[in-house]
Design a protein. Structure first.
Lengths: 91, 332
């Protein structure tokens, strides 16, 4: 799994343009819905994504790589994970 | 699947003899209302093999999938699985269209996860019928997951999406798909060929047709040869599946399949064009693949062969435009 560039500190957490809660959803639903949510953002905007499927630990970083987005940071809370994803394409 | 005359207070009543129906669902096929069987007179080499094509686009919702969809919904209703629920299905289009039509009539909501590459026309037809369409790449899960992202997405929607709201129809694993062909397509072919069918040829997709028809025909005559047509990896033949890249469906019974013939895209599309121009049969690309395989049997085999034509070419305009290039346009 790709490690995000920074850990999440509430004080320095990226400012999200949109929040998507995929708690309780199994793969590939979180990946699919995250892709749709990112599609709707402008380049550089940040999506805060909440998941509970352990598969997301690998799937979401891979999704970001595949799409050309950036995983800014992520926080593993045990039963849930929070990802901050910046949409690619910003100058 | 009602037959005969039904009196109603408001209407004339159904009378199949004059092709008058009180409900579109009464056009669904059965042994007394079969889809046509038409002989191929020009595209199969001369010899001792007669090839007939079963024209499934003449079903009410336009494809062979009308049979499966009707049986799949009936099965769910009989088991009480649909009470208060919505349907979700993974489909390359035809099953979804038939399900969407039947769901609209019965008042069910339908969500379709549909693989990338399915013609836009099919997606629009689905939305016209009131279905919600989720386009899905095959490699949806980027890490360590098999192909068939649409199936995985439909399964995860049923398992975790919308608070237990969805029922996954699952034509790949649902025995009612096989039952549809065992109870309708198989008996129709046996009767239409007066029990003389020697070869049955169909494409590999959900394998409901191959398994259901194959099982029925072999019960009538164990010497009937059942031939499966498989596309190549990375093919462009909508509706067909290659087991080199797709999981084998749970409903597949290898015990009724005698031979698998692999077909490349190019000869399949070339045969589709020949069927349009030489037989005036406006078929989809999967029919071209199936007839190409049937034509290849003609040299060494004899008797009567039946091939399936799953749908018409009308939904594949963008594929055919690529095939034709400038052909049929004015030269400057």
């Amino acid at each position: 799994m790709t490690q995000p560039s920074t850990s999440t500190d509430p004080a320095t957490a990226p400012v999200a343009k949109d929040v998507l809660d995929c708690s309780g959803l199994l793969c590939p639903l979180p990946v699919y819905r995250a892709g749709l949510a990112l599609d709707r953002l402008e380049p550089g905007d940040v999506l805060e994504l909440v998941t509970t499927d352990p598969g997301s630990l690998e799937d979401i970083p891979a999704l970001a790589r595949q799409r050309g987005d950036t995983l800014l940071s992520f926080e593993d809370r045990g039963i849930s994970q929070i990802f901050y994803l910046a949409k690619g394409g910003a100058s | 699947m009602t037959s005969g005359l039904t009196d109603t207070a408001a209407g004339l009543g159904t009378d199949r003899h004059v092709r008058r129906y009180e409900d579109i669902r009464e056009l669904l096929p059965d042994i007394d209302n079969p889809t046509p069987l038409v002989r191929l007179n020009r595209v199969v080499p001369d010899g001792d093999l007669d090839v007939y094509l079963k024209l499934e686009w003449l079903n009410p919702f336009g494809s062979i999938k009308d049979r499966a969809a009707a049986h799949l919904i009936a099965g769910l209703e009989e088991r009480g699985a649909l009470d208060g629920k919505e349907l979700v299905e993974a489909s390359s289009g035809n099953t979804a269209i038939a399900l969407a039509a039947l769901a609209a009539l019965a008042g069910y909501r339908l969500t379709v996860t549909i693989p990338d590459g399915v013609p836009e026309d099919k997606k629009v037809q689905l939305r016209m019928l009131g279905a919600e369409v989720w386009p899905t790449p095959d490699d949806l899960c980027p890490v360590d997951h098999p192909k068939d992202g649409a199936i995985a997405l439909a399964r995860s929607l049923a398992a975790t999406g919308g608070g237990n709201r969805f029922v996954f129809v699952n034509q790949y694993e649902n025995a009612d798909n096989v039952r549809a062909h065992y109870e309708t397509t198989g008996p129709e072919i046996w009767r239409q060929t007066e029990g003389r069918v020697r070869y049955f040829i169909a494409g590999i997709g959900t394998t409901g047709t191959l398994t259901g028809v194959g099982r029925y025909l072999k019960e009538q005559d164990p010497d009937v040869r059942v031939i499966a047509v498989e596309p190549q990896r990375g093919h462009k033949l909508p509706g067909l599946k290659s087991f080199q890249e797709a999981k084998q469906p749970g409903i597949l019974d290898w015990g009724v399949i005698d031979e698998v013939i692999q077909v490349d895209d190019e000869p399949a599309y070339a045969m589709t064009k020949r069927l349009y121009r030489e037989e005036a049969l406006m078929v989809g690309p999967s029919t071209g693949a199936i007839v190409h395989a049937a034509a290849g049997l003609a040299g060494d085999n004899h008797g009567l062969a039946v091939g399936v034509s799953p749908d018409s070419g009308l939904k594949y305009g963008e594929y055919f435009a690529e095939l034709l290039g400038d052909e049929g346009t004015p030269a400057i």
